[in-house]
Design a protein around this ligand. Structure first.
Ligand code: ZN
Length: 247
């Protein structure tokens, strides 16, 4: 289940968070996550002990960095990736989004954590499957991987062009009755549902997945939205998502 923490102003999954794992999806109350000071400020308020904050470049790829070595910097940007995986403790893995989907992964049996960013490009290239495959490479079993979806644009608001519709139809024809809806001649894509179906079909048990019910574009009080605010620099921002092992 996803729960809202009034004090920290984040949503978190009670499947993942416990005394050893701290993960969450920030709201716009934390400020624009593109400003690193806002991220440091959030973690100082939570009294979290950590060594490194890791930020992927986010280029709409399916590239994943497996962070094995201890990184000594307090802040590290990883070029050309959209996913991060580690077994290290006190390493905060992050992504930032405003409408794109962010997903948090945790295998508590093996102590492996991960986070990924996927918009329509990453979803079409099956980024979620790549994340699971990478976790299996380092020792996870599908049945032990817990997964939480963060806030993204919903099928209520995500209309796509005909060209994009055909791109998705070509790749995911078997899901077309579930992921597309048509209203007034426009096609709407359900990006979180597509990613959920990919995970379930790949063998992740349904009960391991926490699915986020809110739309970033509809809920302007809590979320930044690229589609809603792209033409308004004052309002536009991105939201932080993160996971770390505390010990
Ligand atoms: Zn909506």
């Amino acid at each position: 289940m996803l729960i809202y923490d009034q004090k920290l102003k984040i949503f978190y999954s009670n499947k993942i968070n416990d005394s050893r794992y701290f993960a969450g999806f920030g709201t716009r109350s934390l400020g624009d996550a593109r400003k690193i000071a806002n991220i440091f400020n959030f973690f100082s308020k939570t009294n979290t002990s950590y060594k490194t904050l890791v930020l992927p470049e986010q280029i709409h790829s399916t590239n994943i960095a497996l962070l094995k070595e201890k990184i000594t910097e307090t802040f590290k940007k990883i070029e050309e990736v959209d996913g991060l995986i580690t077994v290290e403790s006190k390493m905060i893995l992050t992504v930032k989004t405003a409408d794109c989907l962010q997903i948090i992964f945790a295998d508590k049996k093996k102590g492996i954590i991960g986070i990924s960013h996927q918009g329509w490009r990453g979803s079409r290239k099956r980024m979620v499957e790549n994340m699971v495959k990478k976790m299996i490479e380092v020792g996870s079993r599908k049945e032990d991987i817990l997964i939480a979806f963060g806030p993204s644009i919903g099928s209520c608001c995500y209309d796509i062009t005909k060209d994009r519709y055909y791109l998705f139809l070509e790749e995911f024809n078997g899901y077309s009755d579930k992921i597309f809806t048509w209203r007034s001649g426009k096609c709407y894509l359900n990006l979180p549902l597509l990613n959920y179906l990919l995970l379930v079909n790949f063998g992740i048990p349904k009960e391991n997945i926490d699915f986020f019910p809110f739309c970033t574009k509809c809920d302007h009080k809590r979320f930044f939205s690229f589609r809603r605010e792209r033409n308004n620099n004052k309002k536009y921002g991105e939201m932080l998502s993160f996971i770390l092992k505390l010990d």
